[in-house]
Design a protein around this ligand. Structure first.
Ligand SMILES: Cc1cc2nc3c(=O)[nH]c(=O)nc-3n(C[C@H](O)[C@H](O)[C@H](O)COP(=O)(O)OP(=O)(O)OC[C@H]3O[C@@H](n4cnc5c(N)ncnc54)[C@H](O)[C@@H]3O)c2cc1C
Length: 492
């Protein structure tokens, strides 16, 4: 029997759709389209963990590769199809299964959109603090699989810090139910961490227990103009000293980004310019707390002190929810205006916070030495060391690999990460050794081989693939792509 027929016989036509019936949106993630010849075999839309389990057991038996898909907002090609794979979409597995308002936990199905999780937490009087621009489309399982970061990592940590337990299905179909609800549980290895950030290469996450945070009663936001990153670095220190854990966002925009964001806002009819262009750097600072009057005074005092110390050249404080939204819209509008800029190479890197300014400058200089008419656009979550860096040069075809070597070389020199929050996926696998030692990569391969000895889970992504024992011949020796199948963009 053909593989497709066997899958359909095991799961039914309702769950397994043939290649001809796969909607276009499943053939790519947000930025990386499937390459020529990477047509999937089928799309599976399971409704329960049991169906996921039976599907994976069947794929294991047939040696068919499986690519998990959540909301398809990933930016590294992790959810992009590989040749002959079954696309396993979690889109039918949505819902809040349990709210424990006393303990502050939510138990949710992995396909639930992040925004729905945030709303459920809010309705229970709590906050689910993970927040990213793709909140309406990305899934909570995808957030766990990529260990998503976003706007409030500075205060609440990454997704890894917000998951208490999870349920996952291994490639052979066994279900690992590790739905722990306690903050303390040292009874052996913390198995959930294996799956968080593993980008679908070790198993399929089907359920999660999430840790909620007390919902703040106040939010204070300001946009600040500074001379340079050195001033931003000193301001970050000052903000930490004065606000302590109340500091919830510290987002940086280099002038090129800020000016593009202003132009975009004007095109949208949101013409008010909070701070004039022409400064060396722009920051969005936010604090959140539980005593509104005291919090507002403390926040205003911080901005005043920063102006007095000469760190801030100009500042605009949000006086209303509308102002707050307008400031955040400027910061998040990159996803709207960056795609219109044309061919570019995007990076999502991290280096120690104090080195971000030097990193951006050195990178620019090195790139400019080779491409004098270069354009760069930088922005990011500077409070946690994460910067998004976009490079445009005139050469065609775009010299993607050479640009990546230069930028990742600057990251490596600072002991930074080539993948701060978007994961390795397809794109960054050839550069993993810039951030990880040979021993670390070997250990990752050992873990991969232990959990997925047949190499069926998301092959060719993260560390899997070339040389992996037991990998099916059709794709085991496929070389890493010299250039990505479509143009990468940075976190938007
Ligand atoms: C406008 C915009 C803004 C963004 N901002 C941020 C940001 O601030 N911070 C940030 O970290 N990211 C950001 N992202 C990237 C993206 O939203 C995140 O990586 C997100 O966590 C991906 O979730 P998803 O459900 O869309 O996953 P997908 O894109 O569907 O998949 C991503 C990876 O996870 C795997 N996967 C998905 N679901 C599962 C599952 N249930 N079990 C196992 N593996 C699975 C896939 O195989 C793939 O490798 C942004 C993206 C966009 C488009």
């Amino acid at each position: 029997m053909r593989a497709l027929d066997e899958l359909r016989a095991a799961l039914g036509d309702e769950v397994v759709r043939a290649a001809a019936d796969i909607p276009e949106r499943h053939l790519r993630d947000w930025v990386v389209a499937a390459g020529a010849g990477d047509e999937p075999l089928a799309l599976a839309l399971p409704r329960t963990t049991d169906e996921v389990s039976r599907l994976l057991a069947c794929c294991s038996r047939l040696r068919v590769p499986v690519v998990p898909q959540g909301g398809l907002t990933g930016l590294s090609g992790g959810a992009t199809p590989v040749r002959g794979c079954v696309l396993l979409s979690l889109q039918r597995m949505q819902g809040i299964e349990e709210t424990d308002a006393q303990a502050g936990t939510l138990t949710v199905l992995a396909g639930t959109p992040l925004q729905r999780v945030q709303e459920a937490a809010d309705a229970a009087g709590w906050l689910f603090p993970l927040d990213i621009g793709a909140r309406g489309s990305c899934s909570i399982g995808g957030n766990a699989a990529t260990n998503a970061g976003g706007n409030r990592v500075l205060r609440y940590g990454m997704m890894r810090d917000l998951v208490l337990g999870l349920e996952a299905v291994l490639p052979d179909g066994s279900v690992v139910s590790s739905l722990n609800k306690m903050q303390k549980n040292n009874a052996g290895f913390d198995l959930k961490q294996l799956f968080i950030g593993s980008e679908g290469a070790l198993g399929v996450i089907t359920r999660l227990v999430l840790r909620l945070a007390p919902r703040p009663a106040s939010q204070n936001t300001a946009l600040c103009a500074l001379a340079d990153y050195a001033a931003a670095s000193r301001l970050l220190r000052l903000a930490r000293e004065r606000l302590g854990p109340a500091l919830s966002a510290f987002e940086v925009m280099w002038p090129e980004f800020y000016e593009l964001a202003l132009a975009h806002a004007a095109r949208q009819g949101r013409g008010a310019v909070p701070l004039s262009p022409g400064h060396g750097l722009y920051l969005l600072i936010e604090s959140s707390g539980f005593e509104p009057d005291k919090d507002a005074d403390q926040f205003t005092a911080l901005i005043e002190a920063a102006v007095e110390e000469g760190l801030v050249e100009d500042a605009a404080l949000a006086r209303s929810l509308r102002d707050t939204q307008a400031f955040w819209e400027l910061r998040e509008s990159g996803s709207d205006f960056l795609p219109a800029l044309g061919p570019r190479v995007g990076f999502d890197i991290s280096v120690p916070t104090g080195q971000i300014g030097d990193f951006v400058q050195t990178c620019r200089e090195r790139l400019r030495a080779r491409w004098p008419s270069l354009r760069t656009i930088a922005f990011g979550h500077a409070g946690d060391g994460n910067v998004h860096f976009i490079v445009q040069v005139d050469d065609r075809p775009l010299p993607v690999h050479e640009i990546e070597e230069t930028v990742y070389g600057c990251v490596q020199a600072r002991g930074g990460s080539i993948a701060a929050e978007h994961g390795v996926g397809l794109h960054k696998r050839p550069f993993l050794h810039y951030s990880r030692s040979a021993t670390e990569i070997a250990l990752m391969r050992t873990i991969k081989a232990a959990l997925d000895p047949l190499g069926i889970m998301n092959p060719g992504k993260v560390v899997a693939g070339d040389g992996q024992p037991h990998a099916p011949a059709s794709w085991a020796r496929r070389p890493a792509p010299a250039a990505p199948p479509s143009m990468p963009v940075a976190r938007l």
